[in-house]
Design a binder for this molecule. Structure first.
Ligand code: AHR
Length: 676
């Protein structure tokens, strides 16, 4: 550098003799400052990277979102804040071996009281909710006869918080019956109590508010009838008043808040395999999931438990709106899962399609969903949304049709009918098609051919692969045809929750950003899992009744979600290998910020070189966020310190070298200088 400077100064003397002294001084100063910056940074690369021109392009503004599936108790016993398990006595052996309408309930006869309970189904609260309990109180004694529900492994209570109780009761025999409602602690002591008195021989909803006297992680709800007689009970509910954004029939504050903290640009719901279901009768039908909760049609969950559908399409749309995410509902392509009745490989009943004469009604259901989301409040389905408390549209712009369906003629025929009807009635809606369950192979190839032929706007790829696959495949989307369908990477994960897994995913996500002109949407899967109730591992967020446990993979998603942009720049960071050392650079036009993401999946320090010459008007101060640690660490494992992002600040020059710690994900973020 010194030699170059000296040579340039000599030339300046020749070009600008003594009478042009001032120009000579100015040019010399400029060269010195530039040289200093380069020398101070110690960078030899910074001089040369101008030859590799930075190319910029617009990328998707919806790029990183989340995929919610009711798997691992993600809905009932999870995000849905209902604290009573099997609240409508609809559990059955079809849901899970050994389950029945009394599952999660205990018949109690404290003291000398006696009576009996049975299940009945004549004149139910609603035909969609057929089973209820008949409680006969033969001898109430002092303590009464009743039922107890311990929720999902215990009802969590917070001292001073209020809980909304409700129940449907029909008096079948005897005079008015006083009923005591209690929240009892792990130790059996009464934590909160209230009373109602039955006064109707028709189904009537009774409500009460209970205030917890003490914090308890394992309380129970007790309902005790204290006079002779017979009553029918159904739809027994207990909600914390403090739900996410205080929405009625709402979501668990802590879990919803953890999802919201990702700042996902979209939420795909309600699955996954749950969508196409185990047999035609088990396909997810969105219309069964709206309206008053006691009138919704519940069903078996393909993952081996039960769907109360208390968390239904209205609640999903509302959650999307609450967190500023685009809704991406997925509906079945009128075929059930090819693994129905057990895997097709081992002789299950396989994929079936709705009879073609039923397709008219089915397609109408799909169109009605779009009207439910976007239609005016005086349209047939828009009115149902308005009746639920949301007269304004939800502004749906994506709809998924099908999930990982086998590319059979049965599937294609039905998909085509649905897709063409959607486009005919709602040309602005983007249809998301499906291309199987792996990153290549027959289903994938045929799915893409069919999707292109059908001019589907977006195709949904799924892959669960080893971490090293994610390192090796960072050029996957570089060559994708930019004139065909866009890509939704609807499900991906690297089969583990270690820091190493999370970093491989982070490295891959920089390549997704790089290809954000063709990749429209991407979501890690699955999102949620209740500890002790998992059907799938790994997941992004674990929880139990009182706590939420974000994985390291979660922090990677959160860092991308909170540092997204809408314009991508190449060649800003050099010294990469696009595998174990990867980076991306974006700007965000909303904030004006410049954001670099750099990943080191190696066990040694690695130096990269940053050149910000392409950007004007940046602040010198940058916020630096680093996620790093020992590669095999898994958060929330006893005895291991959790790995979380650490935030600091630095001052930078236009060009500089940056040392990446071993096994690290670093984000550097600059603001624009404010205009005076
Ligand atoms: O994410 C878990 C499951 O994986 C999804 O339900 C399915 O789409 C995929 O096979």
């Amino acid at each position: 550098m010194n030699i170059i400077c000296k040579t340039v100064f000599k030339k300046l003397h020749i070009m600008f003799p003594i009478q042009f002294k001032n120009i000579r001084i100015l040019i010399s100063l400029f060269i010195l400052v530039t040289a200093n910056t380069v020398l101070n940074s110690g960078s030899i690369y910074a001089q040369s990277i101008h030859s590799e021109k930075s190319v910029q392009k617009r990328i998707s503004t919806d790029l990183f979102g989340v995929f919610f599936e009711d798997i691992n108790y993600a809905a009932d016993g999870g995000l849905y804040a209902e604290l009573v398990q099997n609240r409508s006595f609809e559990y059955s052996p079809a849901d899970h071996t050994g389950w029945n309408p009394f599952t999660a309930w205990e018949y109690i006869t404290p003291g000398y009281a006696y009576g009996n309970i049975s299940v009945a189904s004549n004149q139910p609260v609603h035909e969609n909710n057929p089973h209820y309990v008949v409680l006969t109180i033969e001898e109430p004694a002092k303590e009464g006869v009743g039922l107890k529900n311990a929720g999902f492994n215990g009802i969590p209570l917070i001292s001073g918080d209020t809980y909304l109780f409700s129940i449907y009761i029909r008096q079948l025999a005897g005079a008015a019956i006083p009923v005591t409602i209690q929240l009892t602690g792990r130790d059996g002591k009464v934590n909160a109590e209230t009373k109602i008195v039955t006064d109707s021989d028709q189904w009537k909803k009774y409500t009460a508010v209970l205030k917890a006297g003490a914090t308890d992680d394992s309380a129970s709800l007790v309902i005790i009838a204290k006079a002779k007689g017979v009553i029918a009970l159904d739809e027994v509910s207990l909600f914390p008043q403090n739900t996410y954004k205080n929405e009625p029939n709402g979501l668990r504050n802590d879990i919803a808040g953890t999802i919201a903290a990702i700042k996902p640009r979209f939420i795909r719901f309600p699955g996954g395999c749950l969508v196409h279901g185990d047999g035609l009768g088990n396909m997810y039908r969105w219309k069964n999931t709206i309206g008053p909760v006691e009138q919704r049609l519940q069903q078996k969950n393909i993952w081996g438990y039960h769907q109360s559908v208390g968390l239904g399409f209205f609640e999903y749309f509302r959650f999307c709106e609450d967190i500023g995410a685009e809704p991406l509902p997925v509906l079945p392509a009128a075929v059930c899962c090819q693994n129905s009745g057990g895997s097709w490989r081992i002789g299950g009943t396989g994929q079936h399609g709705l009879a073609l004469q039923e397709m008219g009604d089915y397609i109408q259901d799909v169109l009605d969903l779009i009207e439910y989301a976007n239609g005016p409040a005086n349209s047939v389905w828009g009115a149902k949304r308005a009746a639920a408390g949301h007269p304004l549209p939800f502004n749906l712009k994506y709809i998924g049709i099908g999930n990982e369906d086998q590319q059979s003629d049965t599937f294609r025929e039905r998909f085509k009918l649905i897709q063409e009807a959607v486009k005919q009635h709602y040309p602005a809606i983007n249809v998301v098609g499906t291309v199987g369950w792996s990153p290549d192979g027959t289903e994938f190839t045929q799915g893409w051919q069919f999707g292109k032929q059908q001019k589907v706007e977006i195709l949904d790829e799924h892959y669960y692969m080893n971490p090293d696959w994610f390192l090796r495949n960072q050029h996957r989307y570089d060559q994708y045809d930019r004139s065909g369908p866009k890509v939704y990477i609807g499900e991906y994960a690297s089969r583990g929750n270690t820091l190493y897994n999370a970093l491989c995913e982070a490295a891959y996500m920089t390549s997704i950003e790089k290809n954000g002109d063709i990749v429209q949407l991407a979501s890690y899967a699955p999102l949620l899992a209740r500890k002790g109730n998992t059907q799938w591992n790994p997941n992004l967020i674990y929880f139990d009744q009182t706590n939420v446990y974000p994985t390291i993979n979660y922090y990677v998603q959160q860092l991308f979600g909170n540092n997204s942009g809408n314009r991508y720049y190449s060649h800003i960071v050099t010294g990469l290998n696009d595998s174990s050392i990867a980076a991306s650079c974006v700007t965000d036009s909303l904030t004006g910020d410049l954001i670099l993401k750099i990943v080191n999946v190696e066990d040694t320090l690695h130096m990269v070189h940053v050149n910000l010459a392409a950007f004007r008007n940046l602040e010198k101060n940058a916020v630096v966020t680093v996620l790093s640690g020992r590669p095999q660490t898994i958060n929330n494992v006893t005895g291991v310190t959790n790995i979380v992002p650490v935030v600091t600040a630095i001052q930078t020059t236009k060009t500089f070298d940056w040392n990446l710690p071993p096994y690290s994900f670093t984000i550097l973020r600059w603001k624009q200088k404010s205009k005076q």
